[in-house]
Ligand binder design. Structure first.
Ligand code: FMN
Length: 343
């Protein structure tokens, strides 16, 4: 059905259609029976899909990646759509509008998206207000970042603020230093700033009555040397896991017309062009971190086969964004069925 709907949806500006579909789902979710209807269509449950990682039990290993529901507006609906977990954010302390529009583009020839959203969000407290009212018990991750106006020297204060605000309302945290769309953010991936930031957040978590898992989200564009640094830092700071990967700055091997691509401008590419690279990063991390270290694999999962590739590369859980846009809501069920077949 989505095959027929997609050409129509793709006629409309991607950010507008995202907001429109979001609005409809939010409105309909208040109607009695609507979420049960979604569950009937899209949820696939089997106890063999359950996975326990960093002390949390996930109903299935397929999550929705950060950026899709930045402001926690659709957590219950995403649970009904069959996701095993929902990562909200990236959230920043203060609301911010993000970059000027247009800032999200489709690259259909490449089954990809290009975005330079720039952490547009309504601020962490607005998300907290919504999380307080959520009904489902789906696992929620809080992906946190810094405001554009906050200099890197005081970035840790933004992460601390978001952590404290969300602490009671999410199950795990993701420290995002890998978005290409906030100027200077990726500099926080350098060895010393990253070690300090992760230590701060991890210590904060340990100071709470119940520590919550702290994960790091990394870019796919890191060299082997930089990945080695990450492996070392993760061990030293004892963070609980890695989310690999964010979008790529690379424009290599794209099929999209270079002139059109040039006109789109800066941003991170997601979807099919990322499939191979993010699996490579996961494989590298798995080799360096050993068998037990939690890794969430994300990047270019467009099919059940891509999902299996990520799991075989060493991911414990997986997340989707662009594949969901291109393949539609049935993809989650199809992936879970395939995982079960291959167990
Ligand atoms: C429009 C858009 C917005 C995104 N926003 C965020 C974000 O706020 N924080 C984040 O950590 N990742 C963000 N991402 C990255 C995704 O979470 C994911 O890491 C990336 O898109 C690769 O997965 P995919 O190929 O399945 O899309 C965004 C991606 C897209 C396409």
């Amino acid at each position: 059905m989505y095959k027929f709907l997609r050409p129509l949806l793709f006629l409309i500006d991607p950010e507008k259609i995202h907001a429109f579909v979001f609005g409809i789902l939010r409105m309909k979710s208040r109607l009695p029976g609507f979420t049960s209807f979604l569950e009937f269509l899209f949820r696939f449950e089997d106890h063999r899909l359950k996975k326990t990682l960093f002390g949390l039990t996930f109903k299935n290993p397929v999550g929705i990646a950060a950026g899709f529901d930045k402001d926690a507006k659709l957590v219950d609906v995403l649970a009904s759509l069959g996701f095993g977990f929902v990562e909200i954010g990236t959230l920043t302390p203060k609301a911010q509008p993000g970059n000027d529009k247009p800032r999200l583009f489709r690259l259909p020839e490449d089954q990809a998206l290009l975005n330079r959203m720039g952490f547009n969000n309504e601020g962490v407290l607005a998300a907290v207000g919504r999380l307080k009212r959520r009904k489902s018990s789906v696992i929620v991750g809080g992906n946190i970042g810094k405001n554009k106006s906050t200099p890197n020297a005081s970035a840790h204060e933004d992460y601390v603020y978001c952590f404290n605000a969300l602490y009671q309302y999410v199950d795990y945290f993701v420290v995002n230093v890998s978005s290409p769309n906030t100027p200077g953010l990726r500099e926080l991936q350098e060895k010393e700033p990253l070690r300090r930031l992760l230590q701060t957040v991890k210590d904060l978590s340990l100071s709470k009555p119940k520590a919550k898992p702290v994960l790091l989200k990394i870019a796919p564009d890191l060299s082997a040397g930089q990945l080695d640094d990450i492996i070392e830092i993760v061990k030293v700071t004892r963070v609980d896991g890695i989310v690999a990967t964010n979008t790529t700055l690379s424009r290599e091997d794209l099929l999209t017309d270079p002139v059109r691509l040039d006109r789109m401008g800066a941003g991170g590419v997601s979807g099919r062009p990322l499939t191979k690279r993010s699996a490579e990063v996961i494989r590298y991390l798995r080799a360096g971190l050993g068998g037990d270290f939690p890794i969430i694999g994300v990047g270019g999962i467009m099919s059940p086969e891509d999902a299996l590739e990520k799991l075989n590369a060493g991911a414990d859980l997986i997340q989707l964004y662009t594949g969901y846009v291109y393949q539609g809501p049935a993809l989650v069920k199809r992936i879970n069925q395939e995982i079960l077949k291959n167990q």
